[in-house]
Design a protein around this ligand. Structure first.
Ligand code: FAD
Length: 299
């Protein structure tokens, strides 16, 4: 019976909560409540939740570090799952790394560097989880997560964990076929390299970020995807949007493809500012800017 749903979810996952504010879990610090919210720490909890949501047809949204999402002010209907516990861990076996979907990418990059494993340095400044990184095929011009993936474990319809080979994952620019999947872990294949060389590269990449991005503000990274052959930031800047505000949302003065929450921004503020940018860039230059960030919840 649907009325028993919260009780069933609570029994499946001990950290289950009702009406959890998602602004606490998103890098923009914006977002209404999740109807149901679960910090999931073990595969057993995840499988139990999978069984329940299948039975009751509850919509599910996985929230990683919330660094690529704009959560609506009205919040999210259904269950929001956030992976913790064993899902944050990584196992190392020579050049092969199996990372839980909740593993924090910058930490994993450093762990790999310590072990003399190279291939994911480009992710050092990407403040997200492996799960989010897989869905987004996160990275930079230097390389993307999909480059080093061997396979990804997901929960299938029958609530079994099974490995999907890279060929079936459809990695492309800020996309993969994993959207909507229940991602559990990823197996990555890296290359041996000199530890000091990897560390120097990491320092260099972090230095460049500190110079070009509005670090220390509440933002969600690049708002728009780069159109073919050009940078979205360049079009936003050319259209005169640096520093432009809508309510509490503002296009960063430092990086035109970042929108920052100056303190009291709502999701509607950010969405309206995005629309203004898209309309003006199209009107002036005929360029269509496509959002990179995911708009989540009830609008
Ligand atoms: C300062 C800053 C700099 C950034 N720089 C970069 C950059 O250089 N390159 C880049 O690519 N991105 C960048 N980003 C954006 C963002 O960090 C990446 O897209 C990151 O991969 C998102 O990971 P996340 O864990 O925060 O995912 P979220 O934002 O929480 O979610 C993103 C998507 O992944 C899905 N998801 C997350 N976990 C799972 C799971 N276990 N199973 C199924 N689906 C899941 C979500 O449902 C959602 O659809 C930046 C963001 C910020 C704030």
């Amino acid at each position: 019976m649907i009325s028993a749903l919260p009780d069933q979810l609570r029994a499946a996952c001990k950290s289950f909560k009702l009406n959890e504010p998602l602004s606490k879990h998103a890098s923009l610090a914006i977002g209404g409540p999740a109807e149901f919210y679960a910090d999931v720490s073990t595969p057993e909890e995840l499988i139990a939740l999978h069984e329940i949501v299948k039975t009751h047809r509850v919509p599910v949204f996985f929230l990683g570090a919330g660094s690529n999402v704009l959560v609506s002010d009205r919040g999210v209907r259904g269950l929001v799952i956030h992976l913790q516990g064993v899902f944050r861990q990584a196992e190392f076996n020579g050049p092969v790394v199996k990372a839980g979907a909740g593993a924090w990418m910058p930490t994993l990059v450093k762990q790999c560097a310590e072990k003399g494993l190279s291939g994911i340095e480009s992710l050092i400044g990407v403040p997200g989880t492996i799960g989010g990184g897989l869905v987004m095929n996160a990275g930079t011009r230097e390389g993307v997560l999909g480059d080093v993936v061997d396979s990804v474990e997901t929960l299938d319809e029958a609530s079994r964990i099974h490995a999907v080979p890279k060929e079936a994952l459809g990695f492309s620019y800020r996309r993969s076929q994993l959207e909507g999947a229940w991602i559990v872990s990823a197996t990555l294949r890296l290359k041996a390299a000199e530890r000091s060389f990897i560390m120097a590269r990491i320092d260099e990449l972090l230095r460049i970020r500190a110079e070009t991005q509005p670090l220390g503000t509440s933002n969600c990274g690049s708002v728009f995807k780069n159109p073919d052959g050009s940078a979205a930031a360049q079009w936003v800047d050319k259209a005169g949007f640096k520093g432009v505000r809508c309510g509490g949302a503002q296009v960063s003065e430092r990086h035109a493809n970042f929108i920052i929450n100056t303190g009291r921004a709502t999701a509607q503020d950010v969405r309206q500012l995005m629309q203004q940018v898209q309309d003006k860039v199209f009107e002036k230059f005929g360029v269509k800017l496509e959002p990179e960030i995911k708009l989540v919840g009830e609008w």
